[in-house]
Design a protein around this ligand. Sequence first.
Ligand SMILES: [Zn+2]
Length: 121
Amino acid sequence: MSANRNEVVRKMAELMRSGATMLDKSCPLCGAPLFKLRSGEIICPIHGPVRIVKSESEAVEILADAVLDELEDFAARRIHEILTSLKSGNSSNEEYSLRTLMLWLQVLKYARVIKASSQKD
Ligand SMILES: [Zn+2]
């Protein structure tokens, strides 16, 4: 979830123009200033709608969810890369690539299992 600085500034200007007000709170995920829309919705210029956390434990929970999303995304990209190199025959060490692939699959699997179990309660 990396947005470049210019993009963020542009998005903030857009929010201001639409009548949103900048709050003295920052996004728990990226630290960008939060905005309140006319509708009352709280928005991060990078992440979109944001929940204002009531406690530290809630903040940790939200951060953990974001980390799992990031991990899932990263593992999927690595798997795709390894698979692409294996399919093209460019892999210099097929056995090593396959072992790495299996490790990333495990990472992906656990990220999903943890996410699914935390969403249940
Ligand atoms: Zn954010």
